[in-house]
Design a binder for this molecule. Sequence first.
Ligand code: GLA
Length: 356
Amino acid sequence: MADRHCSAFAPGRVNVIGEHTDYNRGLALPFAIAQGVTVKAEELTAGPDGAASVEAIACDLQESDRFSLADPAPAAGWRAFVRGAVAELSAAGMPLVGARLEISGDLPRGAGLSSSAALSIALCLALAELASHTGRGPRELPLERIEIARICSRIEHHWTGAQTGLLDQLASLYGAPDAALLIDFRTLEIDAVPLDLGGWRFAVEDSGERHAHAASGYNERRRECAHACELLGVESLREARPEQLASLPEPEQRRATHVLSENERVLQAVAALRAREPQALGRLMNDSHGSLRDLFEVSTPAVEATVQRLLRAGASGARLLGGGFGGAVLALLGPGVPNPPGAIVLRPGPGARLTG
Ligand code: GLA
């Protein structure tokens, strides 16, 4: 009898500032948004041979997948996340049950709003809840949030080949209404920073260029940062001092200069928010974009055109969002500035939760 069922929701995220800092043990300032991924799960009884399986349906794509619970073989696209979630939860010691999963959502894929982290978190929550059936309230999850973040990061690394950091997972899991999260990736400390913007608001516009971190230059950037650390004899770029960077060759020097200055900008952005100075935040966003374009070299012509369009439409700041190489652009709009056509206003919302 398939009587056990549950559902889980994980939001996407916007990162106000602090890009390519997470895997360098630096700082970032994301917030969870209202849009995200929902996974409805119900127990699937084993077949006549007694073997449990997992059946997944991606409602928006009208695609499905089916595989053995005990042996999820690798696959591509969204299926990699489902199979990865089953495999990594099992490897982490979570005893799972056969499941039928229905995936739906309202986040554009590959647009820099972290659809993949939202997908893997909603899957892990639904699968773990179905198996443990805690039936606890929506804020009480079947696993510690930090453990879910780590499991989801392993899904990205082992099942999709993207060597991403923990930014997206932590933002989605720890999101809070009306606040951004100052995350210190050295200690994994998270502080809520009220996003009290008066009439100001954040909006994103898609550049129209899809990105996939496994195939983009993302992993290469990560290797360049690791190489810079090796040359400097430090464990991470968080330990590097600005005066050491001149000794680095290129492109490592440019990459490290971006990371160190971006950490500083995150702190300045927090100060600007606390002082209610949105104009200053807009300037920091523009500086961040310039650094991502010129020093970290992760922008593209489509992203540049989108940034320029948003600035011409009156944005006080506009910057590429997430890993770059396409995806969305984040803009900060003042009270009198109309919403640019094609841009969606995004507000901070609560983090991942069980919804039934
Ligand atoms: C992607 C990755 C994150 C982070 C950002 C860049 O969103 O998933 O871990 O590295 O790029 O800040």
